[in-house]
Design a protein. Structure first.
Ligand code: ATP
Ligand code: MG
Length: 433
């Protein structure tokens, strides 16, 4: 036997029955996006490496060590499998002059790639659903996307708030000049306590001291706690933006925690940043992260355009849904067609076609090369399929131009009956779930 080939580590297949839950998730996402007037976009999975280096910042976890970058052996182009969705969307709207008519509300979904150590809730290929809202500077839009997320969590059957399945954390990163002043104060603070810094922090001290605040090293918690807080460096306009955000969340009855240490992993954020977190998944507890990025479009060569968006980690949401017992039962077919003899197939197929176009989902028993199978074995399969009805295309029924309809589940209500093969529209409703 030939040797089996295995998938790349950290990159997962999606198979039934889990795939049904993902389809259901996609439907909820689509409904919520439509209700909020967001338009769907799809950008390539591969982009020029420079897009992420310039967009995300050179001294970020992603660009430093997580990107799948390679040279196109055909022409030497430097390419990267996208690690996140925002840079590609911003490139696309800039490339297509997509903002000349004003702002845009966009959403996307698809795989992202990061070379991380695979573990529960952390993979090398994972999936995000995200939105990018471009052209609107106000905190009203920040609130809009946060409330859109609350609507999505609710549609998924998750509870929202303190002590619930998910809760919201927010912070403000201010404007670049304010961050500059804070950064200088941070460097001074960490230099004063240089003996308490780990190697990672020392390396970042002069390149990206803000990221030191994000450390997961318990030994550094003290020196991080006592560091100067960015909020104390914010000017009037930034504080007003943050105050309006908080007031609108209060008005919407959405509880949140202000987390001054929430800084996010990409350089492009300013003003509002937020995360939705869960206590149910251990270390990988952030299911969604987002914020405002008013400088990014210009940084990527477009006209200055404010932006705000988020990315949801779909695998983590699916884990959370399973943990919270919020996954719906997998869908079952309405009916299973039992066909004792292949000679009946032309009439069976025509009938099933007609039923399907009436919105009934039907599975046909596969007869195989023999062209026949016992009723008993077919009924067994019908039961196993989960179908609520069996359609019996037996010789007696067909002789009368009819099909037998047998409920397979107790409590299905309808009694066993036979129905005419012509005019299925009149009785299709009996079968539809
Ligand atoms: P983390 O701190 O967990 O590494 P992050 O800040 O790197 O997250 P973002 O870049 O903000 O993550 O991506 C948005 C969301 O995508 C995260 O909140 C998370 O739910 C999900 N995510 C990020 N990286 C992974 C991964 N390697 N595997 C699965 N989901 C991921
Ligand atoms: Mg990360």
């Amino acid at each position: 036997m030939a040797e089996k080939i295995q998938a790349v580590k950290g990159m997962n297949d999606l198979l039934p029955p889990e795939s049904a839950a993902w389809e259901w998730f996609d439907e909820q996402v689509r409904r919520v996006m439509r209700a909020h007037g967001y338009q769907f976009v799809r950008t390539p999975i591969v982009e020029p490496t420079a897009l992420f280096v310039r967009g995300l910042g050179e001294v970020t976890d992603i660009v430093e060590k997580e990107m799948y970058s390679f040279e196109d052996s055909m022409n030497g182009d430097k390419l990267t499998l996208r690690p996140e969705g925002t840079a590609g969307v911003v490139r696309a709207i800039t490339e297509h002059n997509f903002l000349y008519e004003g702002g845009r509300r966009l959403w996307y979904a698809g795989p992202m790639f990061r070379h991380e150590r695979p573990q529960k809730g952390r993979y090398r290929q994972f999936h995000q659903v995200g939105v990018e809202v471009l052209g609107f500077p106000g905190p009203d839009v920040d609130v809009e996307i946060i409330l859109l997320l609350r609507a999505l969590w609710r549609a998924l059957g998750l509870s929202v708030g303190e002590g619930c399945d998910v809760r919201l954390e927010i912070n403000s990163l201010g404007e670049p000049s304010e961050r500059q002043a804070h950064r200088a104060a941070l460097i001074a603070h960490f230099e004063q306590h240089a003996d308490l810094l780990d190697a990672d922090a020392k390396r970042r001290l002069h390149s990206n001291p803000l990221r030191i605040l994000d450390t997961k090293n318990p030994a550094m918690q003290g020196v991080v706690e006592s560091a100067p807080k960015l909020i104390d460096f914010l000017g009037e306009a930034s504080l007003a933006h943050f105050a309006q955000l908080k007031a609108a969340l209060d008005a919407a009855g959405l509880p949140y925690r202000v987390n001054p240490r929430l800084v996010r992993g990409m350089d492009y954020y300013n003003l509002t940043v937020f995360e939705w977190v869960t206590e149910r998944l251990g270390a990988q507890g952030t299911v969604c992260g987002g914020g405002r990025y008013d400088g990014l479009v210009e940084q990527l060569g477009g006209k200055p355009t404010p932006g705000v968006g988020f990315g949801i980690g779909v695998e983590r949401v699916m884990l959370l849904l399973a943990e919270a017992g919020a996954l719906p039962a997998a869908p079952v077919p309405d009916a299973y067609a039992i066909v004792p003899d292949a000679a009946a197939l032309p009439r069976v197929l025509a009938t099933l076609d007609a039923l399907r176009s009436e919105g009934v989902s039907v599975l046909l028993h596969p007869l195989g090369k023999e062209g026949a199978a016992s009723m008993k074995s077919q009924f067994k399969k019908a039961d196993a399929s989960g179908a609520r009805f069996a359609l019996i295309f037996g010789a007696d029924e067909l002789a009368n131009d009819r099909v037998g309809v047998k409920p397979l589940r107790a409590g299905e209500g309808a009694a066993q009956s036979t129905q005419p093969l012509d005019g299925v529209a009149a009785w299709a409703g009996l079968l539809r779930g």
